[in-house]
Design a protein around this ligand. Structure first.
Ligand code: SAM
Length: 407
């Protein structure tokens, strides 16, 4: 009889993802199907922005267990909001998933854990990654935290069914350590949920000097990346971006999902007209390095681009670019192929085009780094992004305020 993870491990080794024997043995030993609940959610084809429930009765269900797919195992924090026409069980936001196996093994391999290491996991979900950790390092070495108590209970059951009883704590993994819970120090920390904007310093404090933290990280509208940090002996950690990592974000880091039209009111009193020399189309420039620097230096900035009416040849290439920040500040810039300065309107406490222009200057002055050149430092003062070496921190500078021409 073949090992339960044979099909999945074959798929992962053939594709070149699974190369470390420690994790190869773990993938072979643990049956991922045990960690997939009776209902999962997939993106609705007919209704973008909605997730549709699929049950075990669906022929595709059994296949997915052995393939390189992430599957949502919870939507809307366990209370599905319903479909566009009131369909019961449909969801709007994926709030837990069984992660994509190729990403799971990439993260475990980057963790560089070995016999004798104690590991803290943030985001147990239904427990598959926890089971791999237990197989590789023994269940005594593993502590996992899950913010959703119902999911934590499911994970404990799933893990017991495959023979593991690690410590699973139904609690927020950000505010660690919690008084009364003595978890000790860890050699490794793996987050299977993304930190957005800042990586919690509490994670650095949980790990021995010389230890390693592997976490997905995202900022602004940039796609998620994987960060591998090494912990120093002064409660700081530094490390590079080592690859892409699309993940759901920590519950407390969820971005504002309100449509921009609910924030922008061009008729509001106090809207100021002006202009900017920055080409507003840089917001959509699809360079991962730029998008990450922008997301980091102007946190939680959102944008929307409205192209001019394609049936009006005299407007060809023109667009209105809107940006908004969580404090309610918003701004608009009118792009025209004739070039700048570009007309703007702004409202609220923050001068967003000036901040975006400063971020652009910073990124250009640093030599337009790609994500391979970028790294992250975390200490008690927060999270910083750097280019090439930790002493080259990327800070906003060098942009004149956008000019206001009318009140
Ligand atoms: C992508 S899923 C985890 C995948 C899982 N480790 C696996 O092997 O399939 C992310 C999980 O992180 C949990 N989570 C979100 N915010 C959290 C927090 N602050 N502390 C602990 N868990 C959190 C979510 O409830 C969700 O179950």
């Amino acid at each position: 009889m073949s090992a339960p993870g044979t099909r999945l491990s074959r798929a992962l080794t053939r594709a070149g993802h699974l190369i470390d024997p420690l994790w190869h043995r773990a993938v072979l030993a643990v049956d991922r199907a045990h960690f997939i609940p009776d209902t999962v959610w997939i993106t609705s084809r007919d209704h973008p922005g909605y997730f549709e429930p699929i049950t075990r009765a669906d022929a595709r269900f059994a296949e997915w267990a052995h393939q390189d797919y992430a599957l949502a195992v919870q939507v809307d924090d366990g209370t599905p909001a319903g479909g566009p026409n009131g369909e019961a069980g449909w969801g709007r936001l994926r709030t837990s998933s069984i992660s994509q196996p190729s990403l799971v093994v990439a993260m475990l391999q980057a963790l560089d854990a070995c016999d004798g290491h104690r590991v803290l996991e943030i985001g147990t979900g239904t427990g598959y990654n926890t089971a791999l950790l237990c197989h590789a390092l023994t269940e005594r070495a593993v502590v996992s935290t899950e913010i959703d108590p119902a999911l934590a209970a499911v994970a404990v059951d799933n893990l017991a069914r495959v023979g593991y009883t690690p410590t699973v704590l139904a609690m927020d993994g950000v505010g660690l350590p919690v008084s009364g819970v003595d978890m000790g120090d860890f050699h490794r920390l793996i987050a299977t949920v993304a930190a957005r904007g800042s990586i919690p310093h509490s994670w650095v404090r949980q790990v021995h000097p010389g230890g390693v933290i592997v976490t997905p990280y995202e900022a602004g509208q940039a796609a998620g990346v994987l960060v591998r940090l090494e912990v120093g002996d002064d409660e700081t950690a530094h490390g590079r971006i080592i690859g892409p990592a699309p993940f759901m974000v920590l519950r407390q880091h969820r971005p504002d999902r309100r449509p921009l039209r609910e924030i922008v009111d061009e008729t509001a009193p106090g809207v100021a007209a002006g202009h900017t020399d920055l080409n507003p189309r840089v917001l959509t420039y699809p360079h991962q390095g730029w998008q990450l620097v922008l997301g980091h230096l102007v946190p939680d900035l959102r944008h929307a681009v409205y192209e001019a009416d394609p049936d009006r040849p005299e407007w060809a290439g023109q667009a209105s670019v809107y940006v908004a920040a969580p404090d309610g500040s918003w701004a608009l810039a009118e792009y025209t192929p004739a070039g700048g300065p570009f007309e703007t309107a702004r409202h609220g406490p923050d001068d967003l085009w000036t901040r975006i222009a400063a971020a652009w200057n910073t990124w250009c002055t640093a030599g337009r780094p790609t994500t391979e050149r970028l790294g992250v430092s975390v200490d008690a003062d927060g999270t910083r992004l750097w280019a090439d070496t930790p002493d080259h921190v990327l800070r906003s500078y060098g942009a004149a305020p956008s000019t206001v021409t009318a009140g």
